[in-house]
Design a protein. Structure first.
Lengths: 262, 233
């Protein structure tokens, strides 16, 4: 092999580096998973009241929710993160007095807070779109049957809305995974943070490529899992569509309740 | 000091913030044509008959859509620098070639935007009815003419909403460039915060300016879409 090609190869694949610093990437991955998992789930919980407020008939309530969504979707996440992480320090005496300074002192909690607030805004819009995609007649029919609001939501609207929401929510999860790399900028040692740490020590560029491969695997996996979940949950919808049955495999699945096809 | 004095007083920082804002706008305005153009080229290559070319383009899009934008930025920034060092060494050039952080930022953002926008272009290319191409061919136009005179003018209308979304992403992504020693809006806010130890005021001001950009972009996008859709009820 000519010398330059070895040079190029070493530029891309460096096993020594991986042997020495691979564990750092793995601990970083754990941190990334924790941050993403927590903030996505908390954001999902927070998104419900925001989405419902956004659809409220009271002008002030819906305006407030709309402003929340516009602010968090219209400004860079990094700016929001700085505002919470550095801006929180300005209230240090107050926070210490109230007993929440431990929260704002820690980059970990600040990241989770800002990612949660950010993703909640995006998820609220997704939920709103999904809920509004359910035909009005469904709600009217349910109301005519005398169902309560809660029962309508639970038995009529949600099963249909969530099916629509799965794909965009999956895309949002991927966005959160990608956005979580910003945590490295406020010193958190997540996957990106560990990678920067290793690069600062070794000046070996290939560590960035390994990091990229891990992120890529993470996002691709998420995409595929979400797609599989959507395929599985929407069987009954697709089974009714004649154009799909033509190309469907020989074994046809039917979903029904007591012989009644849904 | 009150927040008003911090921003607008005699030693106020609004000047620095506005300078940063200009850099932020300049970054996205310079990146957009390159990024969208490269995205269109990518989309056309993905429709080519050459399987290898198609696969290469797919790998490119999957890679840059699948990794964090910040990481893409770092890879391109440091990768380009390493590449420049190596080529200059290979060519026997003395001295040290260096890419300015601004141009590296524009290149990096363009690479990411190209990956994002290629999907939009593909969808809008598919939305132009095949009959248009066939009719143009039967009139004797060559392939370049078919594309330039018939397909391209129809693409914009369909692509506009998708490109608008990417433009919004791009505007927010420019904030990442602040980590590469470009004094954009966010970095200006950071500098002001460090000097005055009042981060809350400056990050809020920066956020408000970013919000202005996105709101104005939204209005402009709406107007452009209405204009593009004049003939289509």
């Amino acid at each position: 092999m000519p010398a330059w090609s070895q040079d190029v190869l070493r530029f891309v694949i460096n096993t020594e580096l991986l042997a020495q610093y691979g564990w750092r990437l793995l601990t970083g991955l754990q941190m990334t998973a924790a941050v993403v998992g927590l903030s996505f789930c908390l954001g999902f919980v927070l998104a419900w009241p925001v989405a419902l407020a956004r659809m409220s008939r009271r002008f002030a309530v819906s305006r407030l929710a709309a402003s929340y969504i516009a602010v968090f979707r219209g400004t860079p996440l990094l700016c929001q993160l700085y505002l919470i992480y550095y801006g929180g320090g300005e209230f240090r005496p107050f926070f210490t007095e109230v007993g929440v300074w431990w929260f704002f002192r820690d980059a970990y909690y600040c990241c989770i807070l800002s990612f949660t607030l950010n993703t909640a805004a995006y998820q609220a819009e997704i939920l709103r779109g999904a809920i509004q995609s359910v035909p009005k007649g469904q709600v009217e029919a349910a109301r005519a049957l005398g169902l309560s609001w809660l029962a309508i939501m639970r038995h009529v609207v949600m099963p249909q809305a969530l099916l629509v929401a799965i794909r965009p929510l999956g895309n949002e999860l991927i966005s959160v995974i990608k956005a979580s790399a910003l945590a490295a900028i406020v010193t958190l040692l997540d996957l990106m943070g560990q990678t920067r740490f290793v690069f600062a020590r070794t000046f070996d560029f290939s560590i960035y490529l390994y990091c990229a491969l891990i992120y890529l695997a993470l996002t691709e996996m998420t995409r595929r899992v979400v797609e599989a979940i959507e395929m599985r949950l929407s069987r009954h919808v697709r089974a009714g569509a004649p154009s799909i049955t033509v190309v469907a495999p020989k074994r046809r699945y039917r979903v029904g309740l007591g012989g009644v096809r849904l | 000091m009150s927040w008003y004095a911090l921003l607008f007083g005699p030693d106020g920082w609004i000047g620095l913030l506005l300078k940063g804002a200009v850099v932020t706008v300049a970054l996205s305005v310079t990146t957009a044509p390159f990024g969208f153009g490269a995205g269109l080229a990518l989309a056309l290559m993905k429709m080519s008959r050459n399987r290898l070319l198609r696969a290469a383009c797919d790998v490119y899009t999957t890679f840059f859509r699948g990794i964090p934008d910040l990481l893409a930025l770092f890879i391109i920034y440091f990768g380009l620098q390493a590449l420049l060092d190596r080529t200059s060494k290979l060519l026997g050039l003395e001295g040290h070639l260096e890419l300015s952080a601004f141009s590296a930022g524009v290149i990096a953002l363009s690479v990411v935007v190209a990956a994002y926008s290629s999907e939009v272009w593909i969808a809008s290319l598919a939305a132009v009815p095949a009959g248009q191409r066939e009719a143009a061919q039967s009139l004797g136009l060559d392939r370049a003419q078919v594309f330039r005179l018939v397909i391209l003018p129809q693409l914009g209308r369909v692509a506009l909403p998708g490109l608008g979304n990417i433009w919004m992403i791009l505007q927010k992504d420019t904030a990442l460039i602040s980590t590469l020693a470009v004094t954009d809006l966010l970095r200006a806010a950071s500098e002001a915060s460090r000097a005055t130890t009042r981060p809350l005021v400056f990050y809020t001001a920066a956020g408000a300016l970013y919000l202005c950009f996105t709101l104005v972009s939204g209005v402009v996008q709406g107007a452009l879409e209405r204009r593009a859709n004049r003939g289509y009820a």
